[in-house]
Design a protein around this ligand. Structure first.
Ligand code: NAP
Length: 298
């Protein structure tokens, strides 16, 4: 389909993971309304196509594409990256938005704990696989959706997989801290490339979040506080801002809430932890199979 849109994002191509609902769909719609070609992802192709059609109808921008991949499977993340690279000769923005909360421990097809795999490793792997295309499209941006829960996060490298004890909240907090550590380490590695990496908390937003497998607390609390939560459109504002605003051109290695930079948790600034997480993630995603320089990292 030809790109003949006008608007500040005309001529730009954006990929938003998890664009079938919630914050991701509102982010994709906001960027499509600004004139970008937008790719969205979801697990089911028919549902993802229906969401893409909704976005196209709501924004008047026909350049909305659907990609299907279950990001709990690394083979599917790799296939998704191949499809995106084949479809998009340039990629200006990647929004790593997929994420969720699961109160019970699950294991992915790769044998990994599901929260860590979906919330951190999937975005880590997809970013790596799309990185050359983003660099070739520079100036480009990588925006990762974390959460205020990063403040409560602790990297438990002794039991990253929650094998010795799993709590949905602990696993979520850890994965959202991982999003921030990943972004800061990525920004260090991308210095001078023209590709920026930023991370954000969207606020507490009325979405399908945790609907799959909520904790007992969520089950009681959510219906009570639901009317007070942000709409998905408001929850998408910071993602859209970081993906598109000229005000943040060149801004990298920063954490945002409500379209403003904030300090993230003290733990997120620990460079040794970020490097260790990076190296472990490379091994867990099969990006590096050779012996680690420091076997202590695992
Ligand atoms: N909602 C909040 O209050 C809140 C607060 C802080 C942070 N966040 C963060 O915001 C991000 C978006 O959350 P949301 O509230 O918009 O959630 P949501 O309404 O549950 O939407 C999640 C999106 O991710 C997709 N998805 C879920 N699991 C997937 C998987 N295994 N593979 C591929 N896609 C998958 C879903 O698509 P399909 O179901 O169609 O596959 C959907 O498009 C997450 O990273 C979350 O941690 C949310």
């Amino acid at each position: 389909m030809p790109d003949n849109m006008t608007g500040p994002m005309a001529g730009k191509t954006v990929l938003v993971t998890g664009g079938t609902g919630g914050i991701g769909k509102a982010t994709a719609a906001g960027l499509a309304a600004l004139g970008a070609r937008v790719g969205i992802t979801g697990r089911d192709l028919a549902r993802t196509r229906a969401a893409a059609a909704d976005i196209a109808a709501a924004t008047g921008n026909p350049a909305v594409d659907a990609f299907a991949a279950d990001m709990s499977s690394q083979a599917e993340v790799r296939r998704l990256a191949r499809e995106v690279l084949a479809a998009y000769p340039r990629l200006d923005v990647l929004v790593n938005n997929v994420g969720g909360f699961w109160s019970t421990r699950r294991v992915t097809p790769d044998g990994l704990e599901h929260t860590f795999a979906v919330n951190h490793l999937a975005g880590f792997l997809l970013t790596d696989l799309l990185l050359d295309r983003l660099k070739a499209s520079a100036p480009a941006r990588i925006v990762t959706v974390s959460s205020g829960a990063q403040r409560m996060g602790r990297m438990n490298f002794d039991d990253l997989q929650g094998e010795r004890g799993y709590s949905g909240q602990r696993a979520y907090n850890q994965s959202k801290l991982a999003n921030v550590l990943f972004t800061y380490e990525l920004a260090r590695r991308l210095e001078g490339s023209g590709v920026t990496a930023t991370v954000l908390h969207p606020g507490v937003v009325r979405t399908g979040f945790a609907a799959d497998d909520p904790s007992p607390v969520w089950k009681i609390l959510l219906p009570l506080i639901r009317p007070l939560l942000k709409s998905p459109e408001k929850g998408a504002a910071t993602s859209i801002y970081l993906a598109s605003s000229p005000q943040v051109e060149g801004v990298t290695s920063k954490y945002f809430e409500n379209c403003r930079p904030y300090r993230s948790s003290p733990a997120s600034y620990d460079e040794a932890t970020a490097r260790r997480l990076w190296e472990i993630s490379e091994v867990m995603t099969g990006l590096k199979t050779e012996a680690l320089s420091n076997p202590e990292v695992i």
